[in-house]
Every structure is written in C-alpha cells, then in structure tokens.
Design a protein around this ligand. Structure first.
Ligand code: FES
Length: 266
C-alpha cells in the first residue's frame, strides 16, 4: 500500500554536475518497495510548484530502513529538491506503480540502462543478485563522470559494461553497440530489462524482438497524481491500440509484447 509521509532526509549529495543521490528514512516504504516502482515527491511547502515529481526508487536498505533516490535537476522542482538538507524532511507518496517482475528460476538476465534510466535498474540488479541470478548490466552515459551508478554495480559485485558518448570510459558510443558485442550469446539470457531514453529503448526493443527475448521496459511519462486518478499520464502503447493505459498505475513497467514505437519523453 502506498503511504504519504514527510520523511527525514538522512543523506543528500551531488554526485555529478546535476545528478544527486538522496536518502530518506521510511520503514514503511523500505518494506513495501519493489524494483521498478517510483515515488511522487512534493517539493516546497506551498502549492508552487504545483505538481509532484515522479522519481524512480534507486535502492532500499532494509537494515537502516531507508530509501534512496537518484535524480537529475531538470527544472525548478528538482532544483528546489536539490537544496534539501539533513535536517529537512521530504514529502513523499509511494511506493507507486507496478515494478518489474522477477524470474522465478535461476539463470542469467540482461539489464540495459541509459542516462537516468539507470536509476530503477540498480535496485533491480541487487534484487536479482540476491536471488542468485547472474546479472549483466549494459550502462550508457554521456561521460565517465556522469556514469554515477557505476560504483553501485562494482560495490555489489554486479558485472557492468559501460559505454560513454565521449569515450571517457568503456566503449565510445551508444550503449546499444554493446548489444552487438553480445551477438549470439543472447541465448544465455532468459530475460532483458530496459530503461532509458525513447530512442535507446526502441533500438533495444528491436534487438529483443529480433532475438525473441522475454523483456520488460520501464517507461517515463509526464505525471501528476501518480495513482491513476487524473489521466495526466494516459497514452496508447501501440498506435493502433483502442485503449489508453495509465503509465503511473498500469506501469511504468510493460512487457515488450505490449509496446509499439516509444516516443516523446518516454
Ligand atoms: Fe494521474 Fe497517471 S499521473 S493518472
């Protein structure tokens, strides 16, 4: 069940130019959260900015009962959020959305994340590892400096291959080039999970289709209420679908076979 609370901020640090890691204390959310879910954050005490901001759950620490969020400053709301200090509390609703479904048998899985799309894949990778699933992460970032989740995977002993646009770390170019390196070894993976910019996810979806892989994608969409009440996130997954889905409630994670071309801010 999602809860609404003002949770104390226990850690908050800038990791890169405009990327921050914030951790808050919430035993209820730490207990309830599943990989792929998100929280809706309200910044400021007034109704300005009016809307809450959806932010993926980056990880959960059951020992300290804390939840962490990895986020990028992209506008006034997240800029205000970046100014929260350790004595402040954060107004949070969550956990929200459906989350990823985890395989119920042992095997190997492939995760592909680009930019801030890596944020929900960290929690997922740790959950998969705790179930003894062999996990390989393909991680695309603008530069080594912006590959802020790299240490997370290293610290947890999760294999991570990096691609950067500027060549400052790993393969120089798009993360999707790493899929070509995998080639026929795709058969070793029982499932693929993906989150990132729409252009990247379309290429990954095409590759997964081509190789008949079971896959789940986490979509981004403009949101308001976050709980299925306002239709602010309603969209058609395929252009010829008759019905709309609510990304906040029916998603944000969808199986590959439900998806058409992904576009816009997804
Ligand atoms: Fe309101 Fe999805 S954000 S219905």
């Amino acid at each position: 069940m999602p809860s609404l609370e003002k949770a104390p901020v226990v850690f908050h640090r800038r990791l890169s130019e405009n990327i921050y890691l914030l951790e808050y204390f919430s035993p209820a959310m730490a207990r309830e959260a599943r990989p792929g879910q998100f929280v809706n954050v309200r910044v400021g005490e007034s109704n300005d900015p009016f809307l809450r901001r959806p932010i993926s759950i980056h990880d959960v620490n059951m020992e300290t009962e804390c939840v962490s969020l990895l986020y990028k400053v992209v506008g006034r709301g997240t800029e205000m959020m970046s100014r929260l200090g350790l004595n402040d509390s954060i107004d949070i609703m969550g956990p929200l959305g459906n989350g990823f479904s985890l395989p119920d048998k042992a095997g190997r899985v492939l995760l592909v994340g680009g930019g801030m799309g890596i944020a929900p894949l960290t929690f997922l990778a740790r959950a998969l590892k705790s179930r003894a699933l062999e996990t390989t992460v393909l991680y695309g970032a603008e530069s080594l400096e912006k590959a802020v989740a790299l240490n997370f995977f290293r610290d947890h002993g999760i294999e991570c291959r990096l691609a950067t646009f500027d060549g400052s770390g790993g393969h120089k170019g798009l993360v999707t080039a790493l899929l070509d390196e995998i080639g026929s070894a795709h058969r070793l993976f029982q499932k693929l999970y993906c989150c990132g910019p729409a252009a990247m996810m379309n290429l990954v979806a095409e590759w997964a289709h081509l190789n008949s892989m079971e896959a789940e994608f986490s979509l981004e969409e403009h949101m308001a209420c976050g709980v299925g009440a306002c239709l602010g996130c309603a969209c058609k997954l395929k252009s010829d679908d008759e019905n709309y889905v609510k990304v906040c409630k029916d998603g944000p994670v969808f199986n590959l076979n439900r998806l058409g071309e992904m576009e816009g801010n997804r």
